[in-house]
Design a protein around this ligand. Structure first.
Ligand SMILES: NC(=O)c1ccc[n+]([C@@H]2O[C@H](COP(=O)([O-])OP(=O)(O)OC[C@H]3O[C@@H](n4cnc5c(N)ncnc54)[C@H](O)[C@@H]3O)[C@@H](O)[C@H]2O)c1
Length: 421
């Protein structure tokens, strides 16, 4: 018996080595605390988990955090905890991550992970260009699928994936994390209260200086600056602007945009110079159904002279609001200072003083974790989850319209999107 077992282990190991696939179980304690009532587990394949977003937001601050709190409690009283398998290309990096976060399973084979019935959910935070193929395979394997944005860089492919997900009858979702940031939740609250009156316009500034390499290490991955690898600020940021604008102000109906590659040469992770082929700044105007006009500047080539990396100023007939990632300030028409244009004398107004901070009245969890818990509830107890693949495709539709506007130097309409579009 023992001999047979040894033969089986040796054979499995040999097959693994032969086909270049590694799977592992890291030693160490599980991070689900002792004493927590028996928890069920849900297997989640986490692909791209060695990346910036994969490690920090999705593994550490979401999945590991949910395990540490003992999972999530469902309406029927059951507790369910994520049981992730860390998937990627480098066995060394995966094993190190698994040890650090006390995760038991890792693998370098997407096929093995998809074939394992223990895994119900496929999650993807790979570099954008690699996502569509894996998502298609996961849907074909009958897994529920949750993804980083953008779903893909190609609009037709995005809508095709949305259709495939709907036909597969599985749960599907896209990360729309900015909806859950405190500053933008406070802005939403201000809008819903009617404080602003009729909203006229929005001015958004997003960006910071991304170092080109050389004296200062770049703080973003180099593929972001190569179009052929799925890079570009339009593809990166317009999906965020789509769901934010549509959630706060209404559907985007048209877009005019001009992009730029301001910095033509950058250095990659190994310090080698490469040609930047993707847009690193974009200056866009969005029309919203009902008349609101939004101007958004997005740039990786600007130095910050604002309170936050993203600022939205919303001007309405009764008041204005300025929101950042965590805070939101308002000014009512009754406290609006009288500005008079006269550069010949010092201005008596201190414009920044006349604003009131929206108080923090709730405790805000990590935005990614909030959405992970929502997605898990969607899978486990059919709770609502509006951030589905049709929404993901809508984000890519706005990207597509922006790129066409830039290429053709003209406004592009953004029609309503359905699975039949
Ligand atoms: N929601 C957000 O706020 C947010 C912010 C940044 C990035 N993102 C999205 O998350 C995804 C990952 O971005 P990131 O910044 O974490 O990238 P990253 O370069 O840090 O990570 C990319 C991951 O893909 C893996 N990968 C597999 N094959 C690869 C290949 N051939 N080349 C490069 N990487 C490969 C890497 O190993 C790594 O795990 C992107 O789709 C991006 O659009 C979302």
């Amino acid at each position: 018996m023992i001999f047979h077992l040894l033969c089986f282990c040796f054979l499995s190991l040999s097959i693994g080595i032969l086909i270049g696939v590694e799977t592992g179980r890291a030693r160490g304690r599980r991070s689900i605390p002792e004493g927590v009532p028996a928890v069920e587990r849900i297997g989640i394949i986490m692909n791209g988990v060695t990346g910036r977003m994969g490690t920090n937001q999705h593994l550490e601050r979401s999945i590991v955090a949910i395990r540490k709190q003992g999972g999530i409690r469902l309406r029927d009283g059951r507790s369910v905890a994520p049981d992730p398998v860390l998937l990627g290309r480098s066995a060394q990096k995966l094993e190190a991550l698994a040890r650090k976060y006390e995760v038991e399973r890792w693998s370098t084979s997407v096929e093995d992970c998809l074939a394992d019935p223990q895994n119900s959910i496929y999650f993807d935070a790979q570099a954008t260009e690699l996502r569509a193929g894996c998502v298609r395979a996961a849907l074909a394997a009958g897994k529920h699928v949750y993804c980083e944005k953008p779903l893909t860089g190609d609009f037709q492919q995005a809508i095709e994936l949305a259709r495939m997900a709907a036909n597969a009858g599985v749960k599907h979702g896209i990360v729309q994390d900015k909806l859950f940031l405190p500053g933008l939740l406070k802005l939403k609250q201000v809008i819903q209260s009617g404080f602003l009156g009729q909203i006229l316009s929005v001015r958004g500034e997003f960006g910071y200086w991304v170092f080109e390499g050389g004296q200062q290490q770049p703080q973003r991955p180099s593929w972001n600056y190569r179009k052929e690898d799925g890079g570009g600020i339009i593809l990166d940021m317009f999906p965020h602007w789509q769901y934010l604008l549509e959630n706060l102000f209404g559907p985007v109906t048209a877009i005019s945009c001009i992009g730029a590659t301001h910095i033509p040469l950058r250095a990659d992770e190994a310090g080698a110079t490469y040609k930047a082929t993707a847009d690193d700044a974009v200056y866009a105007t969005f029309q919203i159904e009902g008349g609101v006009i939004v101007q958004m500047n997005s740039s990786w080539c600007t130095r910050v002279h604002r309170d936050d990396l993203l600022i939205l100023q919303v001007d309405g007939t009764s008041g204005s609001a300025v929101a950042g990632l965590r805070e939101c300030e308002v000014q009512h028409r009754s406290t609006t200072p009288r500005a008079t244009w006269n550069p010949d004398t010092p201005d008596p107004n201190n414009y920044l003083e006349g604003w009131q901070k929206v108080p923090t009245t709730a405790s805000y969890e990590n935005a990614f974790k909030i959405q992970w818990e929502m997605f898990l509830r969607h899978v486990l107890e059919d709770a609502p989850f509006p951030h589905d693949f049709l929404q993901a495709a809508r984000g890519v539709q706005v990207v597509d319209a922006g790129l066409r506007s830039w290429a053709e130097r003209k406004w592009q309409d953004v029609p309503r999107l359905t699975l039949q579009s």
